[in-house]
Design a protein around this ligand. Structure first.
Ligand SMILES: [Zn+2]
Length: 254
C-alpha cells in the first residue's frame, strides 16, 4: 500500500475514535523577496492552506517586509539569528548549539527578535525555529524568559511544553533529501507522513508538520507540495491549521 491509500487507512483509524488530526505547514529560510518566495506565496494563495514562514532576522530585507505585507494570511516565525553555523566538524551544523556561551546565543536571538519586530511589527509570532532544527537543551529553559512562547524543530516532540510557558510544535515530513539536495520522493514523503500521523494518534498527540524550503526545492518537490495541498484542501479527514492557532497566539496579540 502506498501514497494516499496509506494515509486514508490511517485517517480511518482516527475517525474510528472520533478524532481529526491537525496538519500544519512550515517553510524555512526566508530573507529576501525572491522568485522562489513568489512561487511559494502563489502556491499558498492558490491552495488557501495556512503557511508559517520562518524568517532569518539578520538577513531579512525591507523588500521582504513589503512583500509579506501583501500576504496577510501568512504567519511569521523567527528562524534563529543569521543562520550561521558555529559548530565544528564532526559536530552537525548548528547556530544555537552548545558551542558558544549561552549569553551570546540568547543575545543574538534577542537582537533577531527586535529586527523582526522592526520589519514586521505584530505579524511576527514569538515562536523560535532553530536553524538546522537544533538547539542546545540547556538554552531551552531561557526561551520563555526572553519572550518566546513557542519552539519548532523536526521530529516527534518529547513534551508539549519542554518548560513552563513554552509550547513545542514540530515538523515531521521534510520534502528534501539534504545529501542529494533533491526531493525525497513521493513514497518517502508519504511514509514519513503516515508514521507521524500514527505516532500522533497513539502517543504524542502532536499536530503533524510538513517542512518545505522554497529556496532549495527542485521541480519534484514543488509538484508534490502543490498537489499535496490541493488534495488536503479538499479532504475532510485532516484539519490544516495556522501556526497562530497551534501555538495559541491569536492575532492581534493582546
Ligand atoms: Zn534553515
Amino acid at each position: 500500500m502506498t501514497g494516499w491509500d496509506l494515509i486514508d487507512q490511517e485517517l480511518a483509524r482516527w475517525s474510528e475514535v472520533g478524532r481529526t488530526p491537525a496538519l500544519w505547514w512550515r517553510d524555512d529560510d526566508a530573507a529576501e523577496a525572491t522568485p522562489e518566495l513568489e512561487r511559494l506565496l502563489g502556491l499558498q494563495r492558490a491552495t488557501q492552506m495556512p503557511l508559517a514562514l520562518a524568517i532569518v532576522p539578520a538577513n531579512a530585507t525591507t523588500a521582504l517586509a513589503d512583500r509579506l505585507a501583501q500576504a496577510p494570511g501568512v504567519d511569521l516565525l523567527q528562524h534563529g539569528y543569521a543562520h550561521t553555523n558555529h559548530a565544528l566538524a564532526p559536530d552537525k551544523k548548528s547556530e544555537l548549539g552548545p558551542h558558544r556561551p549561552a549569553m551570546l546565543v540568547l543575545g543574538d536571538l534577542a537582537t533577531g527578535w527586535m529586527a523582526l519586530e522592526r520589519l514586521f511589527g505584530d505579524r511576527a509570532l514569538p515562536v523560535l525555529v532553530p536553524p538546522w532544527n537544533r538547539i542546545a537543551p540547556a538554552l531551552v529553559p531561557a526561551l520563555p524568559e526572553i519572550g518566546y512562547r513557542g519552539l519548532s524543530t523536526f521530529g516527534a516532540r518529547r513534551r508539549v511544553h519542554p518548560v513552563a510557558g513554552l509550547q513545542q510544535v514540530n515538523t515531521h515530513v521534510d520534502l528534501i533529501d539534504w545529501r542529494s539536495r533533491s526531493f525525497v520522493g513521493e513514497e518517502a514523503a508519504f511514509v514519513a507522513l503516515h508514521a507521524a500521523l500514527a505516532a500522533s494518534r497513539t502517543g504524542t498527540g502532536e499536530p503533524v508538520g510538513i517542512l518545505s524550503h522554497h529556496l532549495a526545492m527542485d521541480e519534484g518537490a514543488w509538484d508534490f507540495l502543490n498537489s499535496f495541498w490541493e488534495k488536503i484542501a479538499a479532504m475532510p479527514g485532516l484539519k490544516a491549521m495556522p501556526a497562530h492557532d497551534l501555538f495559541a497566539l491569536r492575532e492581534p496579540r493582546v
